[in-house]
Design a protein around this ligand. Structure first.
Ligand SMILES: Cc1ncc(COP(=O)(O)O)c(C=O)c1O
Length: 432
């Protein structure tokens, strides 16, 4: 390995990083991670921290999951690649579709389309939604609805349904025909409503108003992340749940759809499907999609990725499913999620800098930082990064995104790991 100085010097100069400016990578060099063990990561200077981010919401089983590593190594020796484009397939991809269809059967899913990640799964869902309506004789249904504040990856389709200005403006004009409705975000919403039930009703009303305004017959699908709330689907509009984060146990349920007791038409999954060890994703398809695509000789899917059904990714995903079920990770996700949520609420009593704490559904907790609780003015970037840096020095890697400090550790964290995370962020807030 090149030495620490070489890596630090060349990182910002030679590599553009996602979601940051090239200059920022030079001015504020990132932590260079070089090692891992269990749920702990180690940087190039030898400093270790509990990974409160879980890689990027994907390393659900931690960094030392030997059965997954063994399955990938064995697959590399046997068949490192073969395509699933027309005319060929591979045994592991077939076995994986069998297992995934069983896993997501309670959500009404019965087919899989493999991708290389979350943005690909979203893109596939949007395309297949339009094709579904064309095949059903309703070619006028082309529009998409989504929630403000939602995140659906970075392809042009996904960016168009994204509900965050930061991911949109630089790339406009985006796809026409994408419309956003308010999300049930109790801390800040256009209705000034803090009661979750009432707010949900207002958002549903906004959704119904938008459908009526656009004309129901022009809308192809609604896409949303399940943890943001419940949505209604009717008028022939397809429902796509973007479960890139929520599938495979993170919410304390096996999927976000199951958490809310809904059955979508398509579910976008990726991330934890391979525990972050291989770029891979699966779009799961429900019976409405199956009925239309499988009973129509014209239903040729003109879409796919070189790495759709990649055998090494499929082998990793099969081993992840076995481990995820064997460890019954939803139980620990729920218990440790409650611990972190309660711990963050206790910190809110201590620090005015904390404006809002969100969580309560597994290992997805966010602290929204403000510089003034009354006006809810968002925290400045320098103070937010002090919290992050001091937490890191105290043994916790946490993610700061805008004014939010996000905790999404592996689902196998222990009570003690969570205590370390909480006391490290406590130190971060004390310093800020
Ligand atoms: C809900 C959701 N959808 C889509 C994506 C995009 O996934 P990827 O970064 O694997 O392309 C993400 C990534 O964080 C996500 O959280």
């Amino acid at each position: 390995m090149k030495d620490s100085n070489f890596l630090k010097e060349h990182n910002g100069r030679l590599m553009w990083h996602p979601m940051t400016s090239p200059q920022d990578s030079i001015d504020n060099p990132p932590k260079i991670i070089t090692g891992s063990d269990g749920v702990t990561i180690t940087d190039v200077d030898g400093h270790s921290a509990v990974d409160g981010v879980g890689g990027l919401w994907n390393v659900n089983l931690g960094y030392s999951c030997q059965p997954v590593k063994d399955a990938m190594t064995a697959q590399l020796d046997k068949l490192p690649y073969y395509s699933t484009f027309r005319g060929t397939s591979n045994d592991v991809a077939i076995e994986l579709s069998y297992e995934l269809n069983k896993f997501f059967e309670p959500d009404g899913m019965s087919r899989a389309f493999f991708t290389s990640g979350g943005s690909d799964s979203v893109e596939t869902a949007l395309r297949l939604a339009r094709q579904y309506h064309k095949l059903s004789g309703e070619a006028g249904r082309t529009k998409f609805l989504s929630l403000k504040k939602g995140y659906h990856g970075t392809h042009i389709g996904g960016a168009s349904v994204n509900g965050n200005t930061n991911f949109r403006t630089a790339y406009e004009p985006l796809l026409p025909g994408c419309f956003h409705i308010p999300a049930p975000y109790t801390y800040r919403n256009p209705f000034n409503e803090t009661d979750p039930e009432k707010l949900a009703q207002l958002c549903v009303q906004a959704l119904e108003d938008e459908i009526a305004f656009q004309g129901a017959g022009t809308i192809a699908a609604m896409i949303m992340e399940p943890i943001l709330g419940a949505g209604g689907v009717r008028n022939g509009i397809l429902l796509i749940t973007d479960e890139v984060i929520t599938a495979y146990g993170r919410t304390g349920a096996w999927s976000g759809a199951r958490l809310w007791g809904i059955q979508p038409d398509m579910m976008c999954t990726a991330k934890a499907i391979t525990n972050g060890y291989f770029p891979f994703g699966a779009l799961m398809l429900g019976h409405r999609m199956v009925d239309v695509f499988e009973n129509n000789p014209d239903a040729k899917i003109g879409h796919g990725y070189t790495y759709s059904g990649h055998p090494v990714g499929a082998a990793a995903a099969l081993a992840c499913l076995v481990e995820t079920k064997r460890l019954n990770v939803i139980e620990n996700a729920a218990a440790r999620g409650d611990q972190l949520f309660a711990g963050c609420q206790a910190l809110m009593e201590k620090y005015d800098i904390i404006g809002d704490v969100r969580g309560g559904h597994g290992l997805m907790t966010a602290i929204e930082m403000v510089s003034d609780r009354t006006s809810k003015k968002p925290i400045d970037a320098a103070t937010a990064s002090t919290v992050q840096e001091v937490a890191y020095q105290n043994g916790a890697m946490v993610r700061v995104s805008g004014p939010n400090l996000i905790l999404s550790p592996p689902l196998v964290v222990t009570q003690n790991d969570c205590n370390i995370l909480l006391s490290a962020i406590d130190a971060g807030f004390a310093a800020a």
